[in-house]
Design a protein around this ligand. Structure first.
Ligand code: HXC
Length: 289
């Protein structure tokens, strides 16, 4: 049974705004990225999600496809973002079967909780490899398709770009806020997310003249996600979720989906090299739960 729209994206968005667009997403079987893609599919897009776990990726893709009858959603499992050749095959298949790539969501991330004193060199490197190098790998592979999309949909003759048929050539990296302050047990993840923020800014600056926008979404504590459930239990055991946060609650995956729709929509044509923090004001006061 499909979820009602308001369960995963706000009613304020027009249903067809992403008609004819294709989104490619790494980490797409996870709680946050699958919600982002589901919203875009509901609003007209087709999609490819990739992930390491074959069964989970295929199952989540089927589930996302229920967001809009007639949608095409590829779920390609067995893809590790550290493996450039595997990624390349999934990008080629997406372009062949869906006709191109207009939007990239780079969301694949490694995460486990460990004090720095017990963080091995290889454990640190593993998260850097998944987060920073994995994001770099997929960016390099998808950029030519994004540039083609930007050329097709955006007028590049003048600045700022004037989209003629909805936007194309957009990137969102899913980062975090933990590296703004630092967080116990998360040195490796904090360093990795800082690198992703830098990657996004540089892509925005180098590829802006070709019509590409690149932005960060930095989720704060979001409920019903594997990462947050694990982290909060260790960092702040026994706390009522959201008690310390200015808005008084944890976020919902739907609220990350709404931010995604905004950044890929015409409403964000002049937003690039930016970090959109969606955290209920949490990081400003150092709240993690
Ligand atoms: C300490 C650990 C560890 C743990 C792995 N390692 N898990 N060290 N504590 N819990 C170490 C291993 O011992 C090894 O180092 C090194 O990391 C590599 O381990 P592998 O198992 O070979 O790595 P690999 O299979 O490549 O990847 C494992 C993984 C990955 C990185 C743990 O499976 C993973 O991260 N899964 C969870 C994904 C996830 O939850 N993503 C959501 C992210 S949410 P040695 O020295 O022994 O060789 C998010 C939000 C952040 O990012 C913000 C939160 C607020």
């Amino acid at each position: 049974m499909p979820l009602p729209k308001h369960e995963y994206v706000s009613e304020v968005w027009k249903d067809s705004i992403f008609k004819g667009k294709v989104v490619y997403c790494t980490g797409g079987n996870g709680s946050i990225c699958s919600a982002q893609v589901r919203a875009l599919v509901h609003l007209g897009a087709d999609a490819c999600i990739v992930g390491r776990n074959v069964e989970k990726t295929e199952r989540v893709a089927k589930d996302i496809a229920t967001a809009r009858p007639g949608s095409k959603v590829l779920g390609i499992g067995g893809i590790d973002v550290r493996d450039v050749e595997a990624l390349r095959k999934s990008v080629d298949r997406t372009v062949k079967e869906l006709g191109g790539i207009d939007f990239l969501i780079a969301g694949a991330a490694g995460n486990f909780l460990v004090p720095m004193s017990q963080l091995s060199e290889n454990a640190f490197k593993t998260v850097i490899d998944i987060d920073i190098i994995g994001s770099y790998n997929i960016t390099k592979l998808v950029l030519p398709h994004l540039v083609a999309s930007a050329k097709k949909y955006n007028s590049t003759s003048t600045l700022p770009h004037t989209p003629t048929s909805g936007p194309g050539g957009r990137i969102i990296y899913v980062s975090a806020t933990i590296h703004y302050t630092g967080l116990p047990l998360q040195t490796h993840v904090s360093v990795a997310k800082a690198g992703i923020d830098a990657l996004s800014a540089n892509v925005a600056i180098e590829y802006g003249p070709l019509g590409i926008t690149s932005n960060i979404i930095a989720p704060g504590p979001i409920g019903n996600t594997e990462g947050m459930d694990r982290l909060a239990k260790k960092v702040a055991p026994g706390e009522t979720p959201g008690r310390q946060i200015p808005v008084g609650r944890w976020g919902k995956v739907k609220e990350i989906a709404d931010a995604t729709v905004y950044l890929f929509s015409d409403a964000a044509n002049y937003v690039s090299a930016d970090n959109l923090v969606v955290d209920g004001g949490a990081w400003r006061i150092g709240a993690v739960s």
